[in-house]
Design a protein around this ligand. Sequence first.
Ligand SMILES: [Zn+2]
Length: 186
Amino acid sequence: MIYKNLFIHIMLRNIQPKNNDAFYRYKMPVLEIKKNCKNTILLNLSEISKSLNCPIIIIPKYLSITLGTIVKHNKKDNTTIIKGIFNTDSLNSALDTFIELFILCKKCKYPELFYEKNNARCQSCGEYFKLPSHKITKLFETKSLINNKPKEEFTVLPENIDEEEVVWYSDTSKKAMIERRNEFLK
Ligand SMILES: [Zn+2]
């Protein structure tokens, strides 16, 4: 039998937190989380970043600061590993706060911002406002950064941790990560 219509079902939610309007047109995938004994793994942060028109380097940096831990993104298998166990509610809450602070227009709540230094201009309603003062604000300084290609792989450390001291408890080789992801998707 030939299946002509094969759909991959992706759970979507509104980008604007707490907005349950089914007709709100800005959607993003629901955060997919997996845990092992030492780490929390985000399986689709790169897809979420794309939906938010935000380079993948920014959200791991924000999570590292907010959660006070090490966050490692591997573009090859699109996984983001957070050192330590974090529950779904706290991760979604951190992501929602990030969206409110940096992605949504303060006035119309649409994710239509164009970034200029420490300010943002809404391309939907024209509102011009200052971005909140935060350690990641400088990452939004230029629109050119927004368009930069992300690095293949990078690790974000909380500012008081020395990279020399970092010990990964689980196997983070590409093969192991792909195996873990495949196992999750079974
Ligand atoms: Zn607006």
